[in-house]
Design a binder for this molecule. Sequence first.
Ligand code: ZN
Length: 490
Amino acid sequence: MESQLHIYNTLTGQKEPFEPLNPPFVGLYVCGPTVYSNVHLGNCRTFMSFDLVNRYLRFLGYKVRYVRNITDAGHLENDADEGEDKISKKARLEQLEPMEIVQRYTLDFRAKMADFNTLPPDIEPTATGHIVEQIEIIQKIIDAGLAYEINGSVYFDVLRYSEGDEYGILSGRKVDELISGTRDLDGQDEKRNPIDFALWKKASPSHIMRWSSPWGEGFPGWHLECSVMSTKYLGETFDIHGGGMDLKFPHHECEIAQNKAAHGSHAVRYWMHANMLTFEGKKMSKSLGNSILPDELFTGDHKLLRKGFHPMVVRFFSMQAHYGSTLDFSNEALEAAEAGFKRLMNGLDKMKSIEVGSASNLSVKDYSDRFYAAMNDDFNSPILISHLFDLVKTVKVDGKEKTVLTQEDKDALIQLVHGFVFDVLGLKQPEGKAEAGDEKIGGLMDLILEFRQRARTDKDWGTSDLIRDRLKELEIEVKDGKDGAAWEIK
Ligand SMILES: [Zn+2]
């Protein structure tokens, strides 16, 4: 029996045993991107982290419904409900329709997610596709006496809410401190209290993205869409809600308050937050010039990068840190990950050559227990990877101490390792790189090496070296030994 999955719940600050509300079903909601620019690496890390969560839950046999939204309206430039809508602004600057901006960057986002081999969500709802539902929830919150309309906008009444519930329950912020930390810059704030947040904003005459509502033409507040879409597709109470650490406040705090106000209960049972990404210890930001886009990382076309890295190397690198820790990018760390990834892939290949015998001298169950224990401990992928490397190092296919397994154990080991490497960690052999075990490649290599051997027999060293060098350019290394030539994909 494997250990039980535990999840670090950021709401309670505790690692808790995971008990889904309606097993074997699991509802998972993750805040998706605001599609007004190319997806940045920090976001990619968040989505790779929750891809690991989604994959492992499925691997354990749960029937997961994974919902990840696309924010295509309502996300303003700052958190104080002021400024332009991010998508409208980009549309204005590029002289495009807002929906052209949304389409362009949604496609970019999905392409990058595919590069990183993340599984697509089961439902990918958009804010603009759920205006009606958002209006309904606003009305419910008004009816509950926890929101008020003023000049065509509707605000959540944080003070009123905090008379009965704790606002700040997730982020640890205190209402008094939040109030003293706000400044009413121009004295024209129409909110009753500066910490109230918008559920609906009246659209100014120049605002392009606008919808009719009982309060006039306007658009929904950013925090509302996630409350609405998560509960619409996963129920008023559901299992896991995830997002980047930066969304804890105010976004997720507001979600909690909205759900409680509208439905009378907390929606989320386990809150999970993925940590940030840094470059050489510094937060990535455009102003510091150290912000790298996924494509720049793949091609190496960025002044801070020495070379490009395959998306699978980047994914492997991400999995080498726990999702709750910061992940620090650097050329050295990525190069080390590249070498580690090759070592792991070669190690998997090696397992196909394990000798079969009547008794096993390696315990598959022992490794199985260790792999599950690592992942059951709050999805601890770096520990899982260290166990995988330990296995790769332990398995020997030649020499005195070579590994021998029964056929049954060998099949079980390969299945186990493939399960954790490909299905759970979501790694795959980089495209264009054949698996050494691929039959056709094996046949072709036999043929090429046979021609090379003939050249050597004829003392045609020029041809023999040419074949070796050309293969090397393809990252296939030929090694001559006393039993003939062997080859390896580097
Ligand atoms: Zn959200």
